[in-house]
Design a protein around this ligand. Structure first.
Ligand code: ADP
Ligand code: MG
Length: 331
């Protein structure tokens, strides 16, 4: 039996979402092949080995022994996982930091390595690389606190999206259509980062594709659509119990557009040097396709698109987690 350390929680604003994702991943892992240990990272960043999602704070502290492929646990034998499966979203997990620690421990990790994780966490860096590769992204400017709405609106149009470049789950994202909304949006985004990403608002559809595998063998899933139950797909539209957001899998689009989106997603995965998995998100306005962002550790919650996209192509949740773990073991 291979030993899998599932890491979840974490210091980011997406702590709670990560716990929901990890519960599903834990439930779906094939227990005949894999022995799963729960590695909970508290909001303060402590790592604890726990046996139970309902008792997260009381686990035993995990101390990484660098270069040795294992962890020390007070009063217990060392713990040596074969693979780390980070089910962490956002800063301190999806951004290359945990991947770097895994590398220094000499433990294989599910999903992208340090570089791709760090780049994809940063929406501005991602755009710069995609632009170089000829992949269309939403027109944008990088703004600091003195930015002026009218000047930006001249370039990008009246309706803007303002976001922190390195967040997720729509935290800090707002829409702004005038100077005062823009000031508030900018202040909100700048709570999370030292610059804000300001984009043209794309009045279109939101489409998502899963990628699974290591290039050149990585495969694209069917295309899914997010139908946000709010003005845009904000935090509540994503996760609130009373959210009316829906997904359509596969999306009701022409086969040509679907294929083009899959091709762009696969190309982005390769040029960003991704591995294992990613969910690539798009906007479609008319027949114009814009790549919005690449999520290297997409959600695995009950409503999450990534596992659903694979289910639609005939891969069960358990087959998906088996494949992800095996991709880390034998890249
Ligand atoms: N340029 C844009 N045009 C239209 N809607 C946008 C734009 N940028 C973001 N949004 C809306 O905000 C949501 C969250 O923004 P996104 O860039 O995906 O950040 P996150 O990483 O938090 O998911 C998107 O799913 C979409 O509904
Ligand atoms: Mg998004």
């Amino acid at each position: 039996m291979k030993k899998i350390l599932l890491l979840f929680g974490g210091e980011s604003t997406e702590h709670e979402i990560s716990i929901l994702s990890a519960r599903n991943v834990q439930a779906s892992v094939d227990k005949k092949q894999f022995q799963v240990a729960l590695g909970y990272i508290s909001k303060r960043g402590q790592w604890r080995l726990t046996s139970d999602f309902d008792n997260l704070e009381n686990g035993r502290e995990l101390q990484p022994i660098l270069g040795a492929g294992k962890f020390a646990i007070a009063g217990q034998p060392d713990y040596q996982p074969d693979v780390i499966f980070p089910v962490l979203h956002g800063v301190g997990g999806e951004d290359g930091t945990v991947q770097g620690l895994a590398e220094m421990l000499h433990i294989p990790v599910v999903g992208c390595g340090v570089e791709a994780s760090a780049i994809c966490m940063d929406k501005i860096a991602t755009k710069q690389i995609l632009q170089t590769a000829g992949i269309k992204t939403v027109p944008y400017v990088v703004a600091t606190k003195t930015a002026d709405y009218n000047e930006i609106a001249k370039k990008l149009g009246q309706v803007l999206f303002v976001k922190p470049p390195r967040q997720g789950s729509s935290v800090g994202v707002s829409k702004a259509s005038n100077q005062s909304e823009f000031r508030a949006a900018l202040a909100e985004a700048l709570k999370y980062d030292n610059v804000a990403l300001v984009e043209q608002a794309i009045a279109g559809r939101e489409l998502e594709v899963g990628i699974l595998g290591n290039p050149p063998q990585a495969k694209a899933s069917p295309v899914g659509e997010i139908i946000a139950g709010a003005e845009f797909y904000d935090y509540n539209a994503k996760y609130a119990a009373d959210s009316t957001s829906k997904t359509a899998i596969p999306a009701d689009i022409s086969p040509e557009i679907a294929q083009e989106i899959q091709q762009i997603a696969s190309k982005a995965f390769t040029v960003l040097n991704c591995a294992g998995l990613a969910r690539v998100d798009f906007f479609l306005r008319g027949d114009e396709i814009y790549l919005n962002e690449v999520n290297t550790l997409p959600g695995f919650t009950n409503i999450s698109m990534y596992p659903k996209l694979w289910q639609n192509s005939g891969l069960s949740y358990t087959e998906l987690t088996t494949k992800l773990i095996n991709l880390a073991l034998t890249p």
